[in-house]
Write a protein that binds this ligand. Structure first.
Ligand SMILES: *Cc1c(COP(=O)(O)O)cnc(C)c1O
Length: 396
């Protein structure tokens, strides 16, 4: 062996209560150990068909182009910008957090002219402001918005943004990386043109795939491009030949990840989307009640809080990095630190997928109180636990 390299791979078992990844479901680990087959094996093609059928059910769509891109959620974002934008196109992007900013940066790299609609971190982007921006922007190719802004804990209303885009003859792109399989999302009913997500948040699989669903209207726009998509790997006109009846080789599919996604989707559909969404809401509300009872204010606008991800203000006198270090060291528990405007000011508590349990609500509330106490700052853990238990178990 090489000196300094551990004799054995031995990552710790963590309690993953941050912005992702969430806890991988034990059934998903088992699925990933299934035998390797090639990307054109008839058995694998059948698995792809099954994954597409389940993704359509989860996205609530009939879109033919519903598939899983190789890469994490960001590859879904990259593919949106690469395929739907040509240099000089105008895109209107709602920006109220880190992931809205990332879309702006990506769209600009593909040569688009970006019209930003900014809102304060912790708030939604008011649809009326998007309408005004679209009206003032001339010919608009696309409107893009993040449904679940994981940096702020805000759930953005989407259906009205889609209507605004279509009134202007523009396509609508939705980042559902955190909201997919955790929040209400209806691709066909809301007429969304391009929606992307990831495998490691609401689906509780490891990171590595980006489920997407693309409308026929968007595919027509891609086929009508003046020049080829400049990103070969994520070119949907090539990918549709692999996922469609032609089955033309494009890349060696990450089969074990596809097995994981297959099992993850089966678990989602066994539970049922309405029950799953309700579970996320219930546990988020309990966690939020706990934090407020502990005197820790929530950082997201009331009425628009994102069930899978709660942002909570770090109490005065508590050092963020030290506290999260304490949680990881003493409890094996991970919560997220703040990004951008929330850096050092808020924690991001994820209760996503398999991590969204009543036990984890109580665990994280108590653990945060303990991490504060370790720095000499008292928050009322008992009040937090009582407030959460009342919502979780109906106990007084
Ligand atoms: C996590 C996240 C992303 C990025 O996904 P990766 O899987 O980290 O590439 C994009 N948008 C939102 C809203 C996210 O929460």
């Amino acid at each position: 062996m090489i000196e300094g390299v551990a004799a054995e791979l031995n990552p710790p078992v963590r309690i993953l209560l941050g912005p992702g990844p969430s806890a991988t479901h034990p059934r998903v680990y088992r699925a990933m150990a299934a035998p390797m087959v090639s990307h054109l094996d008839p058995a694998y093609l059948q698995i792809m068909d099954d994954v597409q059928a389940m993704l359509r059910a989860a996205f609530r769509t009939q879109n033919r182009m519903t598939l899983a891109l190789p890469g994490t959620g960001t590859s879904g974002m990259e593919a949106a910008m690469a395929n739907l934008l040509e240099p000089g196109d105008t895109i209107v992007i709602g920006v109220a957090g880190y992931f809205g900013e990332r879309m702006v940066e990506m769209a600009a790299r593909y040569g688009a002219s970006v019209v930003r609609v900014d809102a304060a971190w912790g708030t939604v982007v008011e649809p009326q402001r998007i309408r005004d921006a679209v009206r003032g922007a001339g010919r608009v190719r696309a409107v893009a918005i993040v449904q679940g802004e994981t940096s702020t804990g805000v759930l953005q209303p989407i259906d009205e943004v889609a209507r605004i885009a279509h009134e202007a003859g523009a396509l609508v792109i939705v980042d559902a990386v955190t909201s997919f399989c955790t929040c209400e999302l209806a691709v066909d009913a809301w007429e969304l043109d391009y929606v992307y997500s990831c495998s490691q948040k609401g689906l509780s699989c490891p990171p590595g795939l980006a489920p997407i669903s693309v409308s026929e209207r968007a595919m027509q726009a891609i086929h009508a491009r003046g020049r080829p998509v400049s990103n070969w790997y994520l070119d949907l006109t090539l990918l549709e030949k692999y996922w469609g009846p032609e089955r033309a080789y494009h890349h060696t599919a990450p089969a074990s990840m596809t097995y994981a996604l297959h099992e993850g989707l089966r678990i989602v559909l066994e539970e049922g989307l309405p029950a799953r969404i309700a579970r996320h809401q219930k546990h988020a509300q309990a966690a939020q009640a706990a934090f407020e009872a502990m005197g820790m204010p929530l950082a997201a606008q009331a009425g628009h809080r994102l069930p899978p991800l709660t942002t909570v203000r770090i109490p005065e006198g508590v050092d963020d990095v030290q506290a999260r270090g304490h949680l990881l060291r003493e409890r094996g528990l991970e919560v997220g630190g703040g990004l951008g405007a929330f850096r050092g000011k808020a924690w991001r508590v994820g209760l996503m997928g398999h991590s969204s349990t009543a036990e984890n609500v109580l665990l994280v509330a108590g653990a945060l109180a303990e991490a504060c106490a370790a720095q000499g700052v008292r928050v009322d853990a008992a009040a937090g636990s009582a407030a959460a238990s009342k919502l979780l178990f109906g106990t007084a």
